[in-house]
Design a protein around this ligand. Sequence first.
Ligand code: FAQ
Length: 313
Amino acid sequence: METEEEKFDALIDADDRIEPTDWMPENYRKTLIRQIAQHAHSEIIGMQPEGNWLTRAPSLRRKAILTAKVQDEAGHGLYLYGAAETLGTDRSELLDLLHAGRQKYSSIFNYPTLTWADIGAIGWLVDGAAIMNQVPLCRCSFGPYARAMVRICKEESFHQRQGFQIMLTLANGTDAQREMAQDALNRWWWPTVMMFGPADADSPHSEQNMRWGIKRISNDDLRQKFIDATVPQAELLGLTIPDPDLHWDEERETYDIGEIDWDEFWTVVGGNGPCNDDRMATKVGAYNEGEWVREAASAYAIKQAARAKEVAA
Ligand code: FAQ
């Protein structure tokens, strides 16, 4: 007779999906809640740096596109909170943990968007990195997370293209526009490279998460794939990656980069980046201001349920 654990291991070994009603080890559930919640919070907090430019987009067309993109991020957050809820947690619990500083969101969203070119750089680089990380997650062993990622990746791909298109327009524009694009690349490059997480040797969750089929490709391998895909795109734009040590390694057939400033990464992850306080204050403020909406929605839901009961009786 197979134990629950043996059945679970057999599903993982067969590269099958684990569904919410299946038995799973407590640490598998915990690490998924941790990762999916962090991912959901990132999508929601990630609306802030871009939302900052909604009222100042350079044309109506750009404004409409950016509005659609920011709304997509909200949708991604909601799919992901939904996926986390299938693991037996509640969205409001996860939000409480975020607001209390006990759950993380991606380091990348703690940097400011100083010019319109930053909107291009976020789409091109940050969404580009997000796709690189998230396409393998479409094959994650946990069914609801994997399925949510399929739709998210399709939308991220449009986001990446709109960002690249902004950069292309600026790079082919006036000297001032080109400088603005280069300045945005200078500020966003390294934070994006860091976004993939610590080096494999310093990543406490990687080994177990790879074994469980949550993570399919390691932090360093994804980072390398992103760099190899992005360097030729920067060349096409005529922009310079801000790394004097960047060069093509003939032997490894890949780009080598300079040293990553891990102190900066951990400072930002630890809550002391340029915008951490501001992001959290805005998030908590919006949540508190939205209290009446949640109350109205649940009062309506209770009324509807009572009406349905009456009709059924
Ligand atoms: N920021 O052992 P590992 C987006 C933490 S969505 C902050 O390697 P793991 C869309 C990590 O949590 C961007 N913390 O951990 C968009 C752990 O801390 P803990 C978000 C980070 O989980 C675009 C510790 O370091 N994407 O961009 C970061 O195996 C534009 C040790 O690390 C996802 O969340 C970081 N960058 O691997 C929206 C994708 N990296 O929890 C708007 C799903 C690591 O023990 C605009 N997540 N840490 O206290 C993942 O793939 C993984 O969770 C990793 C980290 C790869 C992020």
